[in-house]
Design a binder for this molecule. Structure first.
Ligand SMILES: *Cc1c(COP(=O)(O)O)cnc(C)c1O
Length: 421
């Protein structure tokens, strides 16, 4: 496989961009080798600068539920180019997007649009603190909520990949507002509330974790969080930046039948453009400026390009609910019969092959994985035209554009790896 152009671009990039990339996991640090510079994408496929074609299971890390260059999204973007790309004034599309989100996710009584998942969780946390008048937050080990100062404690995604538990640059006083507990443990949450209950503003969780690899909640866990937070006057925040509109049109909260107080969305709601949202109970969201005293703002918030792409995406999903059944069936086929020593966790179209005997129910068990073997697997798949996340601790994403042939090719390459190693 030729990589000359990616190699030279990476060398050049490292001179002007830290580590050569604009987000850490892209650099292939934990698997080694040269990151592929991508030239274009179509449907389930991406092509790199050396002309190599791959079946893509990264999907821009989640947003591309309908694949690359989905026609409705491209068409919507063309329309915006005719009218203007940013006004810094309200537009009809923003209202339509907020209404569509509420229709899909009834707990989202009111929505504020922002530009990234990080901004959404940061703002949701501020709303929770402003509303409750309390400062502490409970989060879970291995969950990632963007690079918000106080949430970078025992975080997943790139922090897990690079084995960083606390980052330089976060004041100790900010980190001290966070209580990090093991995912899927109800007793840990009960103990924390017993000690600090009157100071805890919110519990924030990925209701189906995706950033330590895919780790679904155990039966009763999310309901227990709902009950405990309600009992102590703390808010429950579902970070559905990854799961929203992916695991179901109504997100993880619709699957598990839980109504959080606040939620965050991102990724799929932008159809591949930078947008995210936070929202929830109207009595809480009515406290956000200018309606209330909790300040949050954004020059490009509700950007017309991003809103149009997101609307096109969500309208298509609403009109084609069968997409979720197809994703479920194809992802299940791909995840069937893992070999000994491999644990497959899956929630709809997001899944992870953990190189450990398992079960994997949280960060303690996820980190038992043989990451060196994952690196071999990753490179084997890449050589066979399959682009997976360059880290054991990420989810793979199937899109509606992945065909039966794509699945068969991928499953064949996996089988060959496990037969030979
Ligand atoms: C990706 C992600 C974020 C951060 O979103 P960005 O747009 O990368 O800032 C937050 N929470 C979860 C659950 C995510 O998967």
């Amino acid at each position: 496989m030729k990589t000359a152009r990616s190699e030279s671009l990476f060398e050049r990039s490292k001179r002007s961009i830290p580590g050569g990339v604009n987000s850490p996991v892209r650099a292939f640090r934990s698997v080694g080798g040269v990151p592929r510079f991508i030239r274009r994408g179509d449907g389930s496929r991406i092509v790199d600068e050396d002309g190599n074609s791959y079946i893509d299971y990264v999907g821009s890390w989640g947003p591309l539920l309908l694949g690359h260059r989905f026609p409705d999204v491209i068409e919507a973007l063309r329309g915006v180019l005719e009218t203007g790309t940013s006004f810094g004034a309200p537009t009809e599309g923003e209202v339509e997007l907020a209404e569509l989100i509420r229709e899909a996710v009834p707990s989202m009584e009111m929505t504020r649009l922002v530009n990234s998942g990080t901004e959404a969780t940061m703002s949701a946390l501020r709303a929770a603190r402003g509303f409750t008048g309390r400062d502490l937050t409970i989060k879970f080990e291995g969950c990632y909520h963007g690079h918000v100062d106080s949430l970078l404690v025992k975080a997943g995604s790139g922090m897990a990949t690079l084995a960083i538990t606390d980052t330089v640059g976060v004041p100790a006083a900010f980190a001290a507002t966070t209580i990090a507990l093991p995912f899927n443990s109800i007793s840990a949450v009960e103990e924390a509330f017993a000690r600090h209950g009157h100071q805890i503003a919110a519990v924030i969780i990925e209701p189906i974790a995706g950033n330590m690899g895919c780790v679904p909640p155990l039966a009763g866990y999310l309901q227990a969080l709902r009950d405990i937070t309600a009992r102590h006057g703390a808010l429950l925040i579902f970070d559905e930046v990854m799961t929203g509109f992916r695991v179901a049109f109504g997100g993880a909260q619709s699957i598990h039948g839980i109504r959080p107080d606040l939620s965050t969305f991102g990724k799929v709601i932008g159809g591949g453009l930078p947008i995210a949202a936070y929202g929830g109970r109207a009595d809480i969201m009515s406290r956000i400026a200018p309606a209330g005293p909790i300040y949050q703002a954004g020059t490009l918030s509700g950007n017309p390009m991003a809103v149009a792409a997101g609307l096109a995406m969500l309208r298509h999903l609403k009109a084609h609910p069968e997409i979720y059944a197809q994703l479920e069936a194809r992802a299940a086929a791909l995840c069937a019969n893992p070999p000994a020593g491999v644990t497959v966790n899956r929630a709809g179209s997001m899944f992870t092959l953990f190189f450990t005997g398992g079960p994997v129910t949280g960060w303690d068990t996820a980190k038992e994985s043989d990451t060196a073997r994952y690196a071999k697997f990753f490179h084997w798949m890449l050589e066979h035209g399959v682009y997976l996340a360059p880290s054991q601790f990420e989810a793979a994403f199937l899109s509606a554009s992945h065909s039966e042939e794509d699945i068969a090719h991928t499953a064949g390459a996996m089988r060959a790896f496990f037969e030979q190693t």
